[in-house]
Ligand binder design. Structure first.
Ligand code: KIV
Length: 272
């Protein structure tokens, strides 16, 4: 179903806050390269996230921890060359902002200067307050990320739903309020109970974008390669697959191999 919505020529952080106020849901997907970003942007997405999930999806690492700032800059600058309309948010990778706010600012400045990205995303709440504040003082928009924060996977031990217990839920609510107070323009909530996510969204004026956080938030984000069905070994409950590209691509590759072996390809019209 297509939904009536205000036409934006370019999406800015202000547009997202306006969308929340107008009860228009925000759409966000990941992209890490020029070709994918061009298709996603032309389809009309509101936000592209150059996620550190590139560490898993593009580089095949088990976690998001190994990806470097230089690698994120390479991915983000490829995405920026492709887009015309959407807002591009770039993840600050693990080890580039925790513990030292000066270092955090330097990392964020590199992202903004060397990629042309529009905002950065950081994982965590009170423990990274100084880093967030310092980045914001330089005029760089910050998106927060609470709930399941994959850069802390070795602290959690598993990728299961977070904040099911009262104590963790209370800390998450406090952190969400703090991020809004500090000046973050939006917040990602990953893999938390839908009721808690809705409560958080209703308590904030900035948009809350969920992944595995139910329908009561202000927008949704998925990893593009997952929703296209390219990564078929990953099957969380929250993931809706819009295509089965793993099978489609496998069939195309097999057909190509057969065509080459049987000299069906190239035919007379496919040569000079
Ligand atoms: O890196 C990423 O793709 C993310 C999303 C899962 C929100 O942070």
């Amino acid at each position: 179903m297509s939904v009536a919505k205000k036409q934006y020529k370019r999406i800015t952080v202000k547009s997202l806050i306006e969308m929340k106020a107008n009860k228009e849901k925000i759409s966000m997907l990941t992209a890490y390269d020029y070709t994918m970003a061009k298709i996603v942007d032309a389809a009309g997405i509101d936000v592209i996230l150059v996620g550190d999930s590139a560490s898993n999806v593009m580089a095949g690492h088990e976690t998001t921890l190994p990806i470097t700032l230089d690698q994120m800059i390479y991915h983000a600058s490829s995405v920026i060359r492709a887009i015309e309309r959407c807002l591009v948010v770039v993840d600050l990778p693990f080890g580039t902002y925790q513990g030292n706010s000066k270092h955090a600012l330097e990392s964020a400045i590199r992202i903004m200067k060397e990629t042309g990205g529009h905002a950065v995303k950081l994982e965590g709440g009170a423990e990274i307050e100084q880093s967030i504040s310092r980045i914001l003082t330089a005029g760089i928009p910050v998106m927060g990320h609470l709930g399941l924060t994959p850069q802390s996977i070795y602290k959690f031990g598993t990728y299961t739903v977070r904040a099911k217990e009262e104590e963790e839920a209370a800390k998450l609510k406090e952190d969400a309020l703090l991020l809004e107070k500090l000046g973050c323009f939006a917040l990602v909530l990953e893999k938390v109970p839908a009721k808690l996510a809705q409560e958080v969204a209703e308590s904030l004026t900035i948009p809350v974008i969920g992944i595995g956080a139910g329908a009561g938030v202000d927008g949704q984000v998925l990893v593009t390669h997952d929703m296209l069905g390219m990564t078929h070994e990953f099957n969380p409950r929250f993931l809706r697959r819009y295509l089965d590209l793993y099978s489609e691509m496998t069939n195309a590759f097999k057909q190509y191999i057969d065509d080459v072996k049987s000299v069906d390809f190239p035919n007379d019209k496919e040569q000079y």
